[in-house]
Design a protein around this ligand. Structure first.
Ligand code: ASP
Length: 369
């Protein structure tokens, strides 16, 4: 019986009868009003969903990014954010939206994840990824994987199909194969431009953020290195709030070019590169991973909201623009809170990023503007 019918029935039957029935009548009225108010507030929150993605932060300079390349990046970011948004709009979960958006960025050589993953010191691919569910606090990660086509799917499978949080190296690759995830050999991940980038950097014996077009020490000038103009890569990440009020975050990367074999960055580390908690926010980071690990960046944003009562924007600004910067850490993050507020904060010159809120337009940006 509908709530309004119930109310009419009680009105007719009880209102004018016994004293006890009158009490029952008033209890019914109060409970019906309460139920109506409650369900209307649920409907309201269900309309409020949003998604934010990033494709890496670094020294991304307008003068070094030609129009053609800028267009390619913007198109891919748009495709990714819209794919995740559609899932949310149709009632899908934040976890599904995050996975789908990241997969699109992993499948293009434009970004440093999946197909576009950079080379380590030995000229090999070692990819890291993680995902976290803000509702259950469940999380999954893979580190140093070499064959999983979409490492974000590997991370999600660790979360959903094992009792663990992280699998690494050969074991993680084997697990992915056993459960039927798509795997690829070295040829799929090879990219000539990326190889040349690695050779140059290797000569300098430095490690670097792959998407940096310039370097503060000046050891590589972008004008000298044609391939920096043609291809810049970046770690990818996504955070989302679904119609049910649940948050999720995910991050996927090839790490840093020329990194030492076996090096694991912040991206697969829950609390450093990725974190989600329905009570506070969902966060995905990008930048020099060692600093993000030491400063437990993703969790710190959440903790400042929970313990200091800061807004998402205040918490993210304190962590990225103050604490991390003072520590010498370059990079940024995207985050979303349970009400759908978003931030895209970075202390570098640029961060590939895009977002879309329920009923809103897709917004794509690269530079500070
Ligand atoms: N945070 C990643 C790492 O250190 C790199 C990046 O964000 O570009 O592995």
């Amino acid at each position: 019986m509908r709530q309004s019918d119930m109310l009419i029935k009680h009105l007719v039957v009880y209102k004018t009868t016994t004293w006890a029935n009158q009490i029952r009548f008033y209890i019914t009225v109060v409970s019906v009003i309460f139920t109506m108010l409650h369900s209307s507030s649920q409907t309201k929150s269900m309309e409020n969903f949003a998604i934010v993605i990033h494709g890496g932060a670094g020294t991304i300079l307008r003068e070094n990014l030609d129009e053609r390349l800028e267009k390619l990046y913007k198109e891919k970011l748009t495709e990714s954010v819209n794919a995740g948004y559609e899932i949310l709009a149709q009632g899908g979960t934040a976890l599904d939206a995050v996975t789908a958006a990241i997969k699109i960025m992993e499948d293009t050589p434009l970004f440093n994840a999946g197909k576009g993953a950079v080379f380590n010191h030995e000229g090999k691919i070692e990819m890291d990824a993680s995902i976290m569910d803000g509702l259950t606090s469940k999380a999954g990660a893979v580190a140093g994987v070499q064959t999983i086509r979409n490492p974000i799917e590997g991370a999600r499978a660790v979360m959903e199909k094992t009792e663990h949080v992280m699998l690494e190296g050969e074991g993680a690759d084997r697990f992915a194969k056993e459960i039927g995830l798509k795997t690829e050999d070295e040829t799929y991940f090879y990219d000539e431009n990326r190889w040349q980038q690695f050779q140059k950097i290797r000569q300098q014996e430095k490690i670097r953020l792959d998407h940096d077009a310039t370097d503060t020490t000046g050891y590589i000038h972008p004008k000298d290195v044609e391939f920096f103009h043609e291809k810049k890569f970046g770690t990818v990440g996504c955070v989302a709030l679904d119609k049910y009020g649940n948050l999720a975050a995910g991050t996927s990367t090839g790490g840093m070019t020329n990194k030492k074999y076996g090096r694991v960055g912040d991206s697969p580390i829950i609390g450093a590169g990725t974190y989600a908690n329905n009570k506070t926010c969902a966060v995905s980071c990008t930048g020099h991973g060692e600093f993000f690990i030491r400063n437990v960046v993703a969790y710190d944003v959440s903790a400042r909201m929970e313990y200091k009562g800061l807004t998402l924007e205040q918490a993210a600004t304190e962590v990225i623009m103050d604490k991390l910067k003072k520590a010498g850490g370059e990079g940024g993050l995207i985050a979303i809170d349970a009400k759908g507020h978003i931030v895209m904060s970075f202390n570098t010159t640029g961060m590939y990023r895009a977002y879309k809120k329920s009923g809103g337009k897709t917004d794509v940006k690269i530079f500070k503007d």
